[in-house]
Design a protein around this ligand. Sequence first.
Ligand SMILES: NC(=O)c1ccc[n+]([C@@H]2O[C@H](COP(=O)([O-])OP(=O)(O)OC[C@H]3O[C@@H](n4cnc5c(N)ncnc54)[C@H](O)[C@@H]3O)[C@@H](O)[C@H]2O)c1
Length: 397
Amino acid sequence: MANIAMLGSGFIGRFYAESIHGQRSRDRVVAIYARSEKNARKFSDDYGCDLWSTDMEEVISHPSVDLVCIALPNNLHEPAVMACVKHKKAVITTKPLGRNGEEALRMLKAVEEAGIFAGYLEDLCYTPKFLKALASVKEGSLGRILWAKSRETHPGPHSSWFWDKEQAGGGCILDLGCHCIEITRSFIGKDIKPVEVMCWADTQVKPIDAEDHAIGLIKYENGAIAQFETSWTFRGGMDLRDEVMGTEGTIWINNFLRTGFEMFTTGKGGDYIAEKAESDSGWLFPVGDEVNDLGYNHMFTDMFNAFEKGQEPAETFYDGYVVNAIIDAAYRSAKTGIWEKVDLPVWRGQEGLTKEGHLTEYDADHYLIKEEMTHDGRRVVVLKEKASGKFVEKQLN
Ligand SMILES: NC(=O)c1ccc[n+]([C@@H]2O[C@H](COP(=O)([O-])OP(=O)(O)OC[C@H]3O[C@@H](n4cnc5c(N)ncnc54)[C@H](O)[C@@H]3O)[C@@H](O)[C@H]2O)c1
């Protein structure tokens, strides 16, 4: 059982509390820090906390608190982590870990030097669909992973601080791309080094300094490619889709807009449909159990189990730091228009990989290109002759 202090009583702090207190959970949010007394009291009343305060350190250092959960704006992640380090309290923090790689690396080093438990709350790497897909990838059902793509687009965040580049640290690349990057990195393999990024980013609609729309490609050392698509200007709700392509198979995941649940209403009755849904009438796409379908339940289960057993969770500060480093390269590329190297002063995965051998042996003289059953019933193989380099067809039946 974990006694948790929540820092931040806003959008994600409440989602987290719903998940932590959900079903018959034994873990409890026992303390809340919020900026205003009104919000701290309200959160405390709603979730039955023992302590509320507008003083962050009072909450972190309270003896009843085992573990601190950071649900604050991006510019406050680092000071909050450093306060946990000071009081030697286990800490889990929402995404993105830092506003940039430097902040993330400082946080990683600080928690490791202090020897405290630290987890990175990347919920979209814990959705039931993601976990099942990742298991299939790890079992080899898709063969060698060649391309992983992830998209998160919606009409823009709910609070003012997100739109201020200084507090947020960036626009939709940092806010949404962090999810997409960690999803695709997980499918390609977390021990495979991300080497270069090419990114297009622009501010197409909103009156802000940061980007509101961006598309990027990430090259991995083994030749795999990842792709992210992010937007704060997309209309039609929240679009969360992933695709994985391997030599032996393909996965398509739709997490939110098309979950197999479609509803029509004239608009009478309740008006909450799903996060960032733009409409409450007509044909709608509700989500059965948002807290579960967005991965929060599986995420906290992994975090608290790891905390109790003294192990690492599936998503760590190191992962958050790698994601931040990739994002930094994306921002550089969006400015320069060229592939930019990913700067990883700390790298704990494989080194010096090359593109894996990709030729499939058919027989001593040929490589296999493909095998197919044609519409007239012929079973055909297309081959490449090793000696001449010619392409030939053979009928097998
Ligand atoms: N899926 C996800 O993992 C997910 C989703 C949404 C937000 N987030 C992350 O959660 C964090 C908080 O986002 P949110 O959507 O809950 O924001 P929010 O604006 O809804 O809530 C922010 C909370 O921080 C408190 N706060 C303390 N100091 C503040 C300050 N100086 N300025 C503004 N607020 C201050 C506010 O009172 C509020 O309780 C961000 O890092 C964001 O990226 C993660």
